[in-house]
Design a protein around this ligand. Structure first.
Ligand code: NAX
Ligand code: ATP
Ligand code: MG
Length: 346
């Protein structure tokens, strides 16, 4: 049995490599040719859908012209950053800028603020998250923000989570798109109603966060195939978009299920998910702005998620080629520009 099983694994591996090669060849097709391929909203979805979806991601990228003013290509807010975690909100906020947002704000605790500021003069840092008026302070900024990324480096302190609950409610009341990651997902696992049915939310759980959410929402530990489990969680949350990160990223809005198998790397250093969440904040804004004629009937949030997943993995791939085992998230952030051009502008 063992040799047969081994041979099966080799054959399956070869088939996967062949599929991936075919996908890469297809990426070289002219944009129009790929766009003409049918894009089905209702059938089973596979790697093929990625091939069809990436060109649509190109469609949502705003053109660079001399007529724009500062802020037009994105003002993104990251809610997170506490005594223990200052890297995560920095990674998310700087990634938003590197993808193409014009302004990136971080709303963090008083102690974390000078640390995060010292990493980069490009970030606008508000030391408000642990103040008694936190919700009001952030609310004042909401009209000037296009999207919020909630959770990187937030921690699990009860007072902070209560404030973030209020901030999320205020963001929803203003119809602001939200990406929820890391400890923001911990909060959602405690209070799923916070996000229930909010179609402008994307959740980006890792393996452990996904199981925690599934337990909380469906009373099951992410059972079934990856694809089915992700679709079920999204459906149970009222079609909130869910991106389950992993060896392959699985994305669903409760109807469609897509997979991102863009080549990444075998390096699993911390912070890669934070990069993804920051990039997604910008792409969600762009996708919603682009309108239905650009998104060809596909969910704008799913398109944005495909973009962010592909980009993060491509950054990982490029950084790993240069730095191998010593690759860190900072090396990946240096690859955001070249990876973006390669995937979406070549
Ligand atoms: N430099 C920084 O400041 C960083 C801070 N981070 C923050 O750290 C806080 C906790 O995040 P965690 O992700 O550790 O969440 P958890 O505290 O829920 O821990 C998850 C645990 O699961 C493990 N795990 C992750 N993926 C797994 C997989 N596929 N299979 C099995 N085990 C897996 C991790 O090693 C971790 O120990 C968050 O606020 C997060 O944003 C991280 O983003 C990493 C970088
Ligand atoms: N086994 C894997 N093989 C290839 N890529 C992976 C693998 N696991 C995760 N990734 C990729 O790494 C990125 C981050 O996913 P990960 O599961 O590490 O998130 P995370 O735990 O939230 O990260 P962070 O440390 O920022 O909190 C995603 O782009 C994902 O596609
Ligand atoms: Mg994470």
């Amino acid at each position: 049995m063992a040799p047969l099983a081994g041979a099966g694994a080799v054959l399956a591996g070869a088939a996967a490599v062949a599929l991936l090669s075919a996908a890469l060849v297809l990426y070289e097709l002219p944009l129009d040719a790929v766009l003409q391929r049918a894009f089905s909203l209702h059938t089973a979805h596979s790697i093929k859908d990625m091939e069809n979806t990436l060109p649509l991601v190109r469609n949502i990228i705003p053109p660079q012209t001399s007529k724009k003013h500062k802020g037009q290509d994105g003002r993104i807010g990251v809610v997170g950053g506490c005594q223990e975690y200052t890297g995560a909100p920095y990674f998310a906020a700087i990634s938003a800028l590197k993808v193409g947002a014009d302004l990136s704000h971080v709303f963090c605790t008083r102690e974390a603020a000078p640390v995060i500021k010292s990493y980069s003069p490009e970030l606008i840092v508000h030391p408000v998250l642990d103040s008694p008026g936190a919700v009001h302070d952030v609310e004042e900024w909401l009209p000037r923000l296009h999207a919020l990324v909630v959770g990187p480096g937030l921690g699990r302190d009860g007072t902070l989570l209560k404030n973030v609950k209020g901030i999320l409610e205020a963001a929803k009341a203003r119809d602001i798109p939200v990406v929820i990651d890391a400890d923001g997902l911990w909060l959602i696992a405690q209070h799923p109603a916070l996000i229930q049915g909010y179609r402008k939310a994307v959740l980006t759980p890792n393996h452990v966060e996904f199981n925690r959410l599934s337990e909380a929402v469906l009373r099951e530990p992410g059972n079934g195939s990856d694809r089915e489990a992700v679709r079920r969680l999204s459906q149970a949350l009222g079609n909130v978009t869910v991106v389950r990160k992993g060896e392959r990223d699985v994305l669903s809005d409760g109807e469609q299920v897509l997979e991102c198998a863009q080549e990444g790397s075998s390096r699993r250093c911390g912070g890669q998910g934070d990069l993804l969440s920051g990039a997604l904040g910008v792409l969600v804004h762009w996708a919603l702005l682009a309108g239905p004629e650009k998104t060809n009937g596909c969910s704008p949030l799913l398109l944005a998620a495909v973009g962010a997943c592909s980009l993060t993995r491509q950054c990982s791939h490029q950084a790993f080629q240069k730095h191998g085992r010593s690759t860190t998230t900072t090396d990946m952030i240096a690859e955001v520009g070249p990876a973006f051009r390669r995937l979406f502008e070549a």
